[in-house]
Design a protein around this ligand. Structure first.
Ligand code: NAP
Ligand code: GDD
Length: 324
């Protein structure tokens, strides 16, 4: 039976990837950092099916010991400080988690067993102030936030360990992917949660920042499949994962409100405090390489994603209200 370690198991992608690997017959080890209260909401349904193991991206020895104990075949490094605005208020912490944390994972693999396959969760934020559209594996990076800068480091250290030590280390350059399990502070989930509350009469409006920003949004369930495919494909190489379509925040809001029969203009308020010091105004990926080599393609389109997220938030908030 194949064994996999997933860092960031309590996050959106970690929970979907665990679902996928369990379905494929893996033994899954989810790495969590120590916390005074449990934060297992997204993996509640996996209790008893996966092993929870403690280690921290900031603690080299804890990661080495984890590799020795589990002897994994595959490691998926999804843990990071992943919220872009926080990277301006906590830039050094973001650098430690999101950047140097990757080196700690790679060093542990190098020390324990160089045959372990490694996946690094890289990001379209690395393209930042884009040099060309759409962006592909060869597009130069121009990060626009401490988060983006840290991810560029994580990307190149992964490439460097592959080239220096002949390790199977790949970087997946994933564009934005969303789901009902997305953190509430990210724009899509903030919108669908707000729409559900407004439709159920418990909120009056949603305050958003830049409505003109464009993103290439896909469904997280489709994207974790690409992560797994990258580790099954030889030789180790990097891939862009995206839908190839880009939409504005305003369009996402319009679709979400339309789903409950409301006009977004009446409920969305622009709050300039939510503007970013430096914005990534547009992202659109070119997934042609992944389509050609991995045979990967997304199954959920934007309309399907919006529907799935709004409906899940309505059910969740109705349940909360019924318990009051
Ligand atoms: P997420 O929901 O924010 O999850 C982040 C995870 O990292 C959480 O489980 C968090 O644990 C863990 N973590 C943070 N710091 C840690 C530390 N010091 N030690 C151990 N664990 C730590 O992120 P996501 O959306 O699932 O994204 C997964 C990865 O893909 C991230 O690296 C993100 O930057 C990257 N990415 C995401 C997207 C996207 O659109 N979702 C696109 C491209 C790349 P706690 O629960 O303890 O906080
Ligand atoms: N979060 C947020 N909240 N974003 C807003 C808001 C708001 O109220 N109003 C407008 N936006 C705009 C942001 O300015 C940004 O241009 C866009 O919506 C998307 O913001 P997020 O959903 O926070 O995502 P992100 O693109 O900054 O980062 C996500 O995707 C990256 C991949 O490109 C994160 O998941 C990163 O971890 C990931 O790497």
């Amino acid at each position: 039976m194949k064994r996999a370690i997933i860092t960031g198991i309590t996050g959106q992608d970690g929970s979907y990837l665990a679902d996928l690997l369990l379905a494929k017959g893996y033994k899954v080890y989810g790495m969590v950092r120590r916390s005074s209260t449990e934060n297992f909401e997204r993996i509640e349904h996996l209790r008893g099916k996966i092993s929870i193991v403690q280690a921290d991206l900031l603690d080299q020895l804890s990661i080495i010991e984890l590799m020795e104990e589990v002897e994994p075949h595959e490691v998926y490094n999804l843990a990071a400080q992943s919220f872009v605005p926080t990277s301006w208020t906590q830039p050094t912490l973001t650098g430690e988690f999101t950047g140097l944390g990757v080196t700690k994972m790679l060093e542990a693999i190098k020390l324990v067993n160089r045959k372990i396959k490694f996946y690094q969760a890289s990001s379209s934020e690395m393209f930042g102030k884009v040099r060309e559209t759409p962006q592909n594996e060869l597009t130069p990076f121009y990060p626009r936030s401490p988060y983006g800068v840290a991810k560029v480091y994580g990307h190149f250290i992964t490439v460097n360990y592959r080239e220096s030590y002949d390790m199977f280390a790949v970087s997946g350059i994933l564009f934005n992917h969303e789901s009902p399990r997305r953190g509430l502070e990210f724009v899509t989930r903030k919108i669908t949660d707000g729409v559900a509350r407004i439709a159920l009469g418990v909120a009056k409006d949603i305050r958003l920042g830049n409505l003109h920003a464009k993103r290439d949004w896909g469904f997280a369930g489709d994207y974790v499949e690409a992560m797994w495919m990258m580790l099954q494909h030889k030789p180790a190489e990097d891939f862009v994962i995206a839908t190839g379509e880009s939409h504005t925040v305003k369009e996402f809001a319009r679709l979400a409100f339309e789903h409950v029969g409301l006009n977004w203009r009446k409920y969305v308020k622009v709050d300039e405090k939510l503007y970013r010091p430096a914005e990534v105004t547009q992202l659109r990926g070119n997934p042609a390489k992944a389509r050609r080599i991995l045979r990967w393609r997304p199954r959920v389109d934007l309309a399907g994603l919006v529907r799935m997220m709004v409906e899940a938030d309505i059910v969740r908030i109705q349940e909360q209200l019924s318990k009051r």
